[in-house]
Design a protein. Structure first.
Lengths: 590, 154
């Protein structure tokens, strides 16, 4: 009888411990369940937390069952062991593309883990003592101790990281009444960085970049071009956000540093302009030397080298000329450039990190740095048209000439360059996907910000190749203009909801008529939405989409603003049924 | 391959556009202003025209088939001092005026949307009446691509 009472008393004390601690990790698990969408290390940490929570509950249950059995063995009544499993299911949020998270929730997470780390060791020791005092295995108590140790380590790491973030990221401790928002990428790779996988070794490369290693910048850019790590830009953004002011100041002078996706646009602009000035100095010196050599050695073989240097200087001139502010438009930001090879140029009208709406234009056949002026004009026209409609919302319009677009030159039939083959778009698509990752990663947190990508001509194929690399995350709307195909047979295969894939083409656009890269986007079977562009004379059809106040430009502006109900439609040419030429009927019905 | 070759041919020939306007930049500005003001004058409630500053700068001709040094001249004006409740009535009046003037209606907004797009006849200027956030309307017009001096530079 005495034995059974002692066992029962031990059971009741253990039961009280279980009641007090079985849900210890629930608040933290609930918070992680609600925030794992940020990606990076968050899902892995949420999983680890979930496993430790399950282990805590099963250890307590195991201890209670062992003590209950002991009571029975000593002739007592079998105690009813309570269920110790709980549910932490929360209403999973549907995050916007630029959504941040509440830093106070992360503070609550750290606090909750800290409390568990403080109280659970005591509970574990008491449980082990109860069990061993009755000749039972103390393992469940020891398990609690191990869980407490893990929790303590996580709490310490997260507290240190959160403190660092709060110290370096402005706006996370706003005055009362103002909501703060922690960028999701910073949570993913800054706060939960210890749990993030790093398939491309980016963390080590960033550490080297931080030390001023130029070769590490080159290697990171190479990884970036491949677009294999969708989290790379967010990792770069998180890394940059927690650097000291002195380190940042030093890094903007590093060659090619401004090409890293995920850096703030203003930083990229500053770094790129610095690098541009440095290149000018170096190339002018090289040209002087080459000119001297040419005169001294009179060797015609040196002419090629001289011309190469001169051509790069001309490209620098071109970029500098295009960076002059245009009246009535925001100052342009130089997001990327390269004067070697076919050249690169990425310029934004408006700050994409702060804009309510960002639109990126991707050009195709014959586009490139040397012919950038028209593409920059198109982006300015888009900015102007979208801004007319947007009220207080701000627009950033980006010209993205970030790949070797096919050219009408003797290399036309070279599979690597020709419009007739998709390889240029495949490579460009990777670079575009990566650039787009950077736009998301560097954007100020926002629950309403939008992103739109416009692919023109062959650029629509490049856009399609990029979209499929980032399904569900690429853009809110994709507009395909004069498209010869996007590499898929149906709009939904782009990873963008089909009703947000818009297809605009003049009925007489010869490039659109090519339709050779997958299904013709202009065909109803493709499943995109028809964007009316008006009807134009044959000779201007392929290039008339950006004409000021034109139907096509206005409708692109409407889609950019999400004002789908304001799209204008051509009146039917003939309201009578057209049996032989149905295209002359009411196009609004298609 | 044949279709591709034909396409390239079409692209290469497309610079041979017929009926190029011979206006110079100044004449294009005058025509744009005339198209807008004639339209505003035709409205039952005469609006005050407020110039949208960013519309003034000449645009580069964005037609790949035409020379880069041609320009497009445009202007846009907010229609002020008109009741916002009159937006649809204004749209109907603009449509009637453009049609009476022989211009072509190129596109229009659907139910409740006053937007109109047109093309002037016979000279092919782009015309617009557009709704913007805040229930504001603007009238705009843009020229076809013109040489700044009315002819190719030497």
């Amino acid at each position: 009888m005495a034995d059974h009472r002692a066992a029962l008393a031990a059971y009741e004390r253990a039961s009280a411990l279980a009641a007090g601690h079985h849900a210890d990790l629930d608040p933290a698990a609930r918070l992680m369940h609600a925030h794992a969408w940020v990606g990076g290390g968050a899902p892995a940490f949420a999983d680890a937390l979930s496993r430790h929570r399950a282990a805590l509950q099963s250890s307590l249950a195991h201890a209670l069952h062992a003590l209950a059995l002991l009571v029975v063995r000593h002739g007592g009544p079998a105690p009813a062991v309570p269920a110790l499993t709980t549910s932490v299911t929360t209403l999973a949020p549907v995050p916007g593309r630029f959504q941040g998270i509440d830093p106070n929730a992360m503070t609550a997470l750290v606090t909750s883990l800290g409390q568990v780390a403080h109280t659970l060791p005591v509970a574990g020791a008491r449980l082990a003592a109860e069990l061993s005092g009755h000749g039972l295995s103390p393992e469940p108590g020891h398990a609690l101790g191990r869980i407490a140790t893990w929790t303590s380590a996580q709490s310490d790491d997260l507290r240190r990281r959160l403190h660092r973030i709060r110290e370096t990221v402005p706006g996370l401790s706003p005055p009362p009444g103002f909501a703060a928002s922690l960028p999701s990428g910073l949570a993913a790779y800054g706060l939960f960085g210890a749990h993030a996988t790093d398939p491309v070794g980016a963390e080590r490369l960033l550490a080297r970049v931080g030390a001023g290693d130029e070769e590490a910048v080159t290697r990171l850019l190479s990884v970036q071009e491949g677009a294999t790590d969708a989290g790379l830009a967010a990792r770069v953004a998180a890394w940059w956000a927690t650097l000291s002011a002195a380190a940042r100041e030093r890094l903007v002078t590093l060659p090619r540093f401004g090409l890293l996706n995920g850096l703030p646009a203003s930083v990229r602009d500053r770094a790129n302009r610095h690098w541009l000035a440095e290149q000018r100095t170096r190339l002018e010196r090289d040209l002087e030397t080459a000119t001297t050599d040419l005169g001294r050695l009179a060797d015609p073989g040196l002419l090629g080298g001289w011309e190469r240097i001169a051509a790069r200087l001309r490209r620098l001139d071109l970029i500098e000329a295009e960076l002059h502010p245009a009246p009535g438009h925001p100052a342009p930001l130089l997001l990327a450039f390269d004067v070697t090879g076919q050249g690169r140029l990425v310029v934004s009208w408006g700050d994409p990190d702060r804009a309510d709406i960002t639109v990126t234009s991707v050009s195709g056949l014959t586009s490139g740095l040397d012919a950038a002026h028209g593409d920059l004009e198109r982006s300015r026209a888009l900015w102007q048209q979208a801004s007319y409609y947007s009220g207080i919302q701000s627009i950033a319009s980006i010209t993205w000439l970030g790949y070797d677009a096919p050219q009408l030159d003797p290399g036309l039939m070279d599979p690597a360059k020709s419009v007739a083959f998709a390889s240029a778009a495949a490579e460009g698509g990777k670079a575009l996907a990566s650039f787009n990752d950077g736009l998301h990663a560097a954007h100020n947190p926002s629950s309403t910000a939008r992103t739109v990508v416009i692919g023109h001509s062959y650029g629509s194929l490049t856009t399609g190749r990029a979209a499929v690399l980032r399904p569900g995350r690429f853009a809110d709307d994709v507009i395909l203009i004069g498209s010869p195909g996007v590499g898929v047979d149906h709009a939904r295969q782009l990873g963008v909801r089909a009703e947000h894939v818009w297809v605009g083409e003049a009925g007489n656009d010869p490039v659109a008529a090519l339709g050779r890269f997958g299904s013709d986007p202009g065909d109803a079977s493709f499943g995109g939405r028809h964007m009316p562009v008006g009807r134009d004379v044959f000779t201007s059809a392929h290039s008339s989409y950006w004409q000021p106040y034109s139907v096509s430009l206005q409708n692109m502006g409407r889609i950019i603003n999400g004002q789908y109900d304001k799209i204008v439609h051509p009146p039917p040419l003939n309201t009578q049924p057209q049996l032989l030429m149905p295209e002359l009927g009411d196009s609004t019905e298609r | 391959m044949l279709r591709f070759a034909l396409t390239l041919l079409a692209l290469s020939l497309s610079g041979c556009t017929v009926n190029q306007p011979a206006l110079n930049q100044t004449q294009a500005v005058a025509r744009v202003e005339q198209l807008i003001r004639d339209t505003a004058d035709a409205l039952a409630i005469r609006p005050r025209l407020e110039l949208i500053e960013s519309s003034v700068a000449p645009h580069t001709c964005l037609n790949d088939d035409l020379p880069d040094d041609m320009v497009v001249i445009g202007r846009a004006y907010w229609l002020r001092n008109v009741p916002k409740s009159e937006n649809m009535a204004i749209s109907r009046q603009v449509r009637a005026h453009w049609e009476a003037a022989g211009h072509r209606i190129v596109a229009a907004g659907r139910a409740g949307n006053p937007d109109l797009s047109g093309e002037s006849r016979p000279d092919g200027f782009t015309l617009t009446l557009t709704w913007a956030d805040g229930d504001n309307l603007y009238l705009g017009a843009a020229s076809p691509c013109v040489w700044p001096d009315g002819h190719p530079s030497e």
